[in-house]
Ligand binder design. Structure first.
Ligand code: SME
Length: 147
């Protein structure tokens, strides 16, 4: 429907803008909870396609954030045991949960080809972006993303 096209286009634009404008953002994507299932589904991304369209809660950095509700900054992905590799080029990663009405409904996930690429400034920026997206999705009555 047209409303989902708006949401898709908005998320795609945000992914594209972030990936183009921040040199250390090599892959930018939004995962959301897949209906009532205990899994995440990729909604939008910029960068190389990934095989990991679906990620179970608890698996990898993304799946851990779905459960913990906490930011997860990974300076060196090689040092993580519970990690899902999307590309051998990725050296560091940041995942910030996205909340709507107090509920963890998804996340922004960014991969970098630089080691230790992400700072508190990235955490702040991405938290603000997620807050804006949450307000947009609620205003558009676009939740849940995956029914
Ligand atoms: N590295 C993530 C998987 C998603 S890809 O980075 C696109 C993880 O460990 O959850």
């Amino acid at each position: 429907n047209s409303q989902d096209l708006d949401v898709q286009a908005t998320l795609d634009q945000i992914c594209g803008l972030l990936q183009e404008n921040y040199a250390h953002y090599d892959w930018v994507g939004f995962y959301f909870r897949n209906g009532k299932k205990e899994e995440l589904k990729l909604k939008s991304f910029a960068g190389s396609p990934t095989d990991h369209n679906i990620i179970a809660f608890g698996k990898g950095i993304c799946g851990q954030v779905a459960v913990s509700n906490q930011n997860f900054v990974v300076p060196d992905v090689k040092a993580q045991e519970n990690y899902i590799a999307c590309s051998i080029n990725v050296k560091s990663e940041i995942v910030i949960p996205l909340f709507a009405e107090g509920e963890n409904i998804g996340q922004i996930d960014i991969d970098s080809h630089q080691i230790d690429a992400f700072t508190k400034e990235d955490e702040q920026l991405l938290t603000e972006i997620n807050t804006m997206i949450s307000q947009f999705l609620q205003k558009e009555k676009a939740l849940p993303i995956f029914a």
